[in-house]
Design a protein around this ligand. Structure first.
Ligand code: GLP
Length: 243
């Protein structure tokens, strides 16, 4: 794992946006895995600004978001699809047909997961995936468990993870969905390159377990130790527990 500690979250976000832009320029049809949450917000803001400033062309880029809540249509403000529209999609020239998303209200959720894995396989997997990490060590919605799942699947969210997503639901715990669909560990570990961002004290322990702990399903992010090309970009607070 290649670890970089930045002076501030903002510096990491600016560098990350530049790295993503460079990847798009190098491969205009890049298959890009995208996370939601608080962590990538500054990256998306920087990326939108950079795209306008430098005329970055997104028209051939294929995006695959990592996960979506079960039971929320794309039109629901709390859905990850709505988050992506707000923070990235509507601000750059992505081609609508190149935006791939799990449908949390599909009639047959197992079939929806299989469809998503097939769509990803059809483009040769993720060329680059941007990742955050849960305070409990989750990746996308691959929660700590006895065992992890390679394929895209339906999962029950931990209490901690539901609380971490409160901001999308007007801070009302009752509105946070109980389940989600998520890419499995296979798609993440088979990506060409992974860039994981973590900021703040609250992520320090998860970062330590990911980087220095054993590879264990109790910390799904620890499996990134097996990835051939991972960059972990931190601020000082998130790096605090590292040796
Ligand atoms: C969310 C997402 C993850 C994200 C993580 C951390 O629930 N499913 O993809 O990386 O939890 O979120 P945050 O960046 O808000 O701390």
């Amino acid at each position: 794992m290649n670890i970089r500690v930045f002076d501030s979250e903002q510096q990491a976000a600016t560098a990350c946006a530049a790295r993503l832009a460079e990847a798009v320029r190098a491969r205009p049809s890049l298959a890009l895995g995208l996370p939601t949450g608080r962590t990538p917000l500054n990256v998306y803001r920087e990326l939108v600004a950079l795209s306008a400033r430098e005329g970055l062309d997104w028209s051939a880029v294929r995006t695959f978001n990592l996960d979506e809540f079960v039971g929320l249509p794309a039109t629901d403000g709390g859905s990850f699809r709505a988050y992506m529209e707000r923070h990235l999609f509507r601000h750059v020239n992505l081609t609508p047909g190149n935006i791939h998303f799990l449908d949390g209200v599909a009639e047959d959720l197992a079939a929806e997961c299989a469809r998503y894995d097939t769509a990803l396989a059809d483009v040769g997997g993720l060329g680059l995936v941007l990742l955050g990490i849960g305070a409990n060590g989750h990746l996308a919605f691959n929660e700590p468990a006895e065992g992890l799942v390679a394929a895209c699947h339906r999962t029950r969210l931990s209490r901690e993870t539901r609380l971490a997503n409160l901001m999308l639901f007007g801070d009302d715990p009752g509105r946070v969905p109980m389940e989600a669909l998520t890419l499995g560990m296979g798609a993440l570990l088979q990506s060409g390159r992974a860039v994981l961002l973590a900021f703040g004290e609250g992520k320090a322990e998860a970062v330590r377990a990911m980087v220095e702990g054993p590879v264990t399903p109790r910390c799904p992010a620890s499996f990134l130790q097996l990835h051939r090309d991972v960059e972990v970009w931190l601020d000082a607070a998130a790096a605090r527990a590292l040796q």
